[in-house]
Design a protein. Sequence first.
Lengths: 209, 261
Amino acid sequence: MPSDFAPSASPVVARLIDAFRKLPGVGPKSAQRLTYYMIRMPREEAQELADAVIAIKDRIVLCEICQNISEQSPCEICSNERRDQTRICIVGEPLDALAIERTRAYFGLYHVLHGVISPVNGIGADDLKLKELLERLRDGTVTELILATNPNLEGEATAMYIQRLISPLGISVTRLARGLSAGADLEYADDTTLTQALQGRSEVESGTP
Amino acid sequence: MTSEKPRIYSAEGVVLRHHNLGEADRIVTLLTPGRGILRAVAKGARKPNSKLGGQLDLIRRVSVSARTGRTLDSISQAETIESYPRLKMDLELMSKAFYLCELTEKFAVEDAPAARVYRMLIDGLSQLEKTKVPDLMIHWYEMRLLHLNGSQPQIQRCVDCGNDLEQEDHVFSAMRGGIACPSCRPSGSDTMLPASVATIKLLRFLQRAGQNEIERLRVAEDDRRQVERILREHIHFATDRTVRSASFVDEVRSQGKRVSG
Ligand SMILES: [Zn+2]
Ligand SMILES: [Zn+2]
C-alpha cells in the first residue's frame, strides 16, 4: 500500500513508513515520527535494530510441547524438571504466559493456544493449538488444567469449549478467580491481582450435557 | 466540516464485535436503534482499571456516552442495561447468541436508523434466554428478519412454473429464492438443496407462527437440519454476506453430541 500522506517523501522513506504502518497500534502519524527518528539515528543503532528484528525471525521457534515462543524446543519451562509436571495453565497468547510467569506464584507448565475462539471473526476451535493439548494429556501425568484465557466473552467461550473437550478425561479443570477485572486483558493485570487470581482459582462445574 | 466542535451524545446499543486498537484501546461495533451500526473507540478498555472494558463486552445491551471524532467517535462511558447471563452459562446458547447478533448485523447498515431491526435483536436475545427450543427459535428469527427485510423465501408456489406445490419432495434454489418442483428444477449453476414435504411444512409454519407457538413444536432433527441449510443458503444469497458464527454453532453442536455420547 503506497503511503498517501507523505507524497513528497522519497521512496526509501515511504517504504519504511509503510512498513511501520503494518505494525499493530501504529497509525500514520506514529509511523512517520518513527521513520524520521530513525533517519537521525546513528548507523550502529539502526543496524542493531535491524539485526534484532531478523534474529527473532531466525531464532524464535514454537516449543513443540507447550507451543510457546522460545529459542529452543522444548522450551526452558518444558525442559525444567523441577516444574510441576501435573499442572498446565492454558493461555491465549505468549504474553499471557509471561504475565503469569512474572508473578513467580506458579510453578507448573503452560500451553499457549495462539488465539481464542472468536465466532464473528471466523476463528473456531480448529484454529487453536488444541490437538497439541490433547496429545499432552494422553499419558495421564497432568491432573489439573488451569484455564487462564482473558476474562471476556470470547475467553469464556474458549474456556467452556476446552472444559467440555476435556471432561471425558476426568482431569480437574479450574478457572482463574474473578478478582481479574472483566473485559481487561490478562497481560495488563498487575502481579498481585494475578497471584490472587491464581490462588483463588475455582473448579469449573461440568454442568453441560 | 472538520472545524465542527466535537459533540457529546448518548446512545443505546448491543455490542456486536470488537477489536484491539493500539496499546490498550478497543474499537467496538454496536447495533443502535437511532444510528444503525455504530463503530466507536473505547480508550483504555483493555486496561485492568478500566470500567469500559467489562461493560462493552460482546452480547451486552448498553447505554453509552460518546463524543464525535474526526475519524471515529469515542465512548467515554458505558452502562449495562442487560447482560444476558443465561446465554453465557451454556455454550450451546452462547454459540446461538453469537449467531443471532452477527446475523442481525448483516441486516443493518452504518449511520442509518435501524429501530425495527434493533427491537428484533433485543427481543430475540431475551427470547433465546427463555426458549425451550433454541434451534427452532433461531430459524423462526431468521424468517422474521427476512420478512422485515422483504426478502422472504418463496415457499408457497414453485419459483419456476408458479404452480402450487404438490405433496412430494421438492428442491430449494437459493439463486431463485424459493422452492421449485422436481420436474422443473431451474437450470444453471445453482445449488439445489433437498426440501422434503415435512421441511416445506416446517418452513411455512415458521413463517406464520407467533413467538409462543414455536415453543410447542416438536420436529424431527433431519427436517430441522434441512430447514437450517435452506435458510442459511437463502440468507447468504439475500444479503450477499457470510455469517461466520454459523460454523461455531455447528462446532459446538457436534461437540455436544460427542460428549453426551
Ligand atoms: Zn514449552
Ligand atoms: Zn414448477
